[in-house]
Design a protein around this ligand. Structure first.
Ligand code: UT7
Length: 326
């Protein structure tokens, strides 16, 4: 086969704010229970950013750890792609603020917005820049402070989300073009804006001049999630020339343990090969996949040469999957 350029993982890190909120804390202010949250979602606790902590701060901490993990300095990075729905400011992008915070004076940085699928779209964007020769080394960050857009009187949503950030560095390396190569091997992306009402924020710069609060039709979204995630994960694998039996680790978006289980079952992957962090992080939207990847890399589960399948869905609806060999 002819040599091809692959986008290969070569550094990862994550950051979680210090404050941990256990399910039981919500019992004081809402008609809810640890038991309900745990059994319906798998969530046990989540982290919330301190009042002074912004999405930039979380992203910067994760970015520094990814650089350290890869043995790189800030000027070794050509581009930062940052996925978030809770940017520090309307503009400039959170990515450029991270760039400044790292002391990176070259290259370029920008944000992508695909809500909970943001990290998948961010990886796809980095991959496109790497294979086209526009950048050699790209840092993809997922960072969120969803605690800032929660309606604390809505028990159906405010118990579900958390704050955090994860960062992955992808580097151009030569491969053979076959499925045994390291790097991103298959990508599948979708969106359908007619599903807006299932998950959205009821505010915005151009509409209300406020950030607004998150609104969700949970049960309806649940049904779409299981079907669409299994389909997109299969499609990403097919593009890589692989089947689900070859997958070492599924790293799903961490919204609900029941969605994660049903999707794994549809894919035919046993739960022993699925990375689950929802119990400790809740749903951190664009940060959930890189957080889970980083945790599993740090504890030795994800190893060099293993096939990782990441999949996510969220507001838009937007959904997709990436198959990559570590
Ligand atoms: O990240 C983007 C992707 N997100 C998702 O994919 C989320 C998808 N949806 C879900 O994960 C689930 O639908 C939820 C976790 C949001 C809800 O779970 P559910 O099993 O679908 O519950 P439900 O909304 O059907 O509610 C069942 C009952 C209702 O009471 P009634 O009408 O049966 O009396 C709710 O009012 O549970 C009630 N309920 C609660 N009870 C205690 C809803 N939230 C709570 C709560 N505590 N926090």
């Amino acid at each position: 086969m002819n040599p091809v350029t692959r986008a290969v993982p070569c550094g990862i890190g994550h950051y979680l704010p210090e404050r941990v909120v256990e399910n039981a804390e919500f019992e004081a202010s809402l008609d809810t229970s640890d038991e309900w949250i745990r059994t319906r979602t798998g969530i046990e606790r989540r982290h919330f950013a301190a009042p002074s902590e912004t999405t930039t701060d979380l992203a910067l901490a994760a970015a520094r750890r990814a650089l350290e993990d890869g043995g790189f300095g800030p000027d070794d990075i050509d581009a930062i792609v940052l996925a978030t729905s809770t940017p520090t400011s309307t503009f400039p992008s959170t990515a450029t603020q991270v760039q400044a915070g790292l002391g990176m004076r070259r290259g370029f940085a920008f944000d992508v917005q695909a809500v909970c699928a943001g990290f998948i779209f961010g990886m796809a964007s980095a991959h496109a820049m790497i294979v086209s020769g526009q950048a050699r080394r790209v840092m993809v960050i997922g960072a969120e402070t969803f605690s800032r857009i929660l309606d604390w009187s809505d028990r159906a949503t405010c118990v579900l989300f958390g704050d955090g950030a994860g960062a992955l560095i992808l580097e151009a390396q030569e491969g053979t073009g076959g499925p045994e190569d390291r790097g991103i091997l298959g990508i599948d992306l979708h969106s359908d804006g007619t599903y807006r009402g299932l998950l959205y924020v009821d505010g915005g710069v151009s509409s209300t001049q406020t950030a607004g609060f998150l609104r969700m039709q949970g049960p309806e979204l649940f049904k779409h999630a299981v079907v669409k995630l299994a389909e997109t994960a299969d499609a990403a694998l097919a593009r890589a020339g692989l089947e689900s039996g070859a997958v070492d680790w599924v790293v799903p978006h961490q919204a609900n343990l029941r969605i994660i289980r049903s999707t794994a079952q549809k894919l035919g992957v046993p739960m022993e090969r699925v990375v689950v962090t929802v119990q400790d992080h809740g749903n951190t939207s664009a940060a959930s996949i890189p957080l889970a990847m980083s945790v599993a890399r740090a504890d030795g589960r994800i190893r060099k040469g293993q096939l990782v399948l990441a999949e996510g869905i969220g507001g838009g609806l937007a959904w997709g999957a990436v198959a990559l060999r570590w």
